[in-house]
Design a binder for this molecule. Sequence first.
Ligand SMILES: [Mg+2]
Length: 403
Amino acid sequence: MSTLFLDLNSFFASVEQQLVPSLRGKPLGIIPNDCGSTCCIAASYEAKHFGVKTGCGVREAHERCPGIVLIASRPDEYIKMHHKILEAVDTIYPAEGVYSIDEMSFRLTGQDRDINRARDLAMQMKQAIRELAGETLRCSIGIAPNRVLAKTASNMMKPDGLVVIERNELPKRLLGLELTDFPGIGTGIENRLHRYGIRSVDQLCRASRPMLRKAWGSVLGETWWHWLRGDETDIPKTKKRSCGHQHVLAPDLRYKEQARAVAIRLLHKAAARMRWEGYWCTRITLDLKPPDAPSWHLDVKLEPCQDTVRLLWHLGQLWSKQPFEFIFCVSVTLGGLISNGNVEEPLFELDRKRTRLAHTMDTINRKQGHASIYYGSMHGVTDSAPRRIPFSSVPDLDLPDIA
Ligand SMILES: [Mg+2]
């Protein structure tokens, strides 16, 4: 078990039902708020029950489901809820990738790969979402040896599903599916597979590696051969080079001192994320955008570092050179990342101790919810930098086969 994939059910419609209780339990279709359009971009489960789905024309929606309520979409509300959900699941486990407004994945490590532990985490995430985002927000979770199978599993039970696919159940558990049930197999790839005589999931699972390579027309076909067998083969990613966070400040945080506190919080988050992903940084960059002048940035090179205390000291040095009284946007980036295996332990006992301390704080914050423990200078600003879609996951959005 290495990946947990979480997919919100009927997300837009569920947000509306959360915000407008009178819509709960009712068939609901969401239409774009530019009036020219005439099709549903989302539907509640009650409407889906009548065969209304995404792309369904308004007239057809009324025919299939006479009582349907159609309302204009409110993208800002969906984005707000997306952030709430990220914060909710973040109290349980850090997300590895955020793929869209309603999908995210978690790479399970260590003991969390145990099947019972993984199920437990899934139930805790569902509960955290209900409690912190709202009771109408349900999700389907898939747990499997790799991300493609985990996403496939998340689609196998809706709504409010939890499906585990174990390696030793492969390919049996997949045989009831259609080819296009796999994320990344659309009609284009399906047609190619047909040309190679692959018309069922059974045939797909039996096909040889060279055959799949030919069918896909690229090495991706071989990767699929591995995925279907539960291997963790990832699409080779460009190497991670930096880890950072930025925050547009609310009006009352735009004074220099408040902005500094936010920068500290951002550093804390970026450092925790970097340690979690197993990297050390060799550069720290502070970017500031004042309301009425061009942006400003400054960076400093360091020895490989995971220690928040040392990073805070460097951030303090950078901050002392910044010229603004009012600041609109703050960003802190840890760059020049080196992975765990390529770094020697810090030479000095004090550095080693502080690095261990940082890891201990991470563990406590993961167990107790974020910002249970933090550095004193952040006091009062722990809520001012809510988790955003991490920039580090943006390259993942380009992966055509997990879209
Ligand atoms: Mg969804």
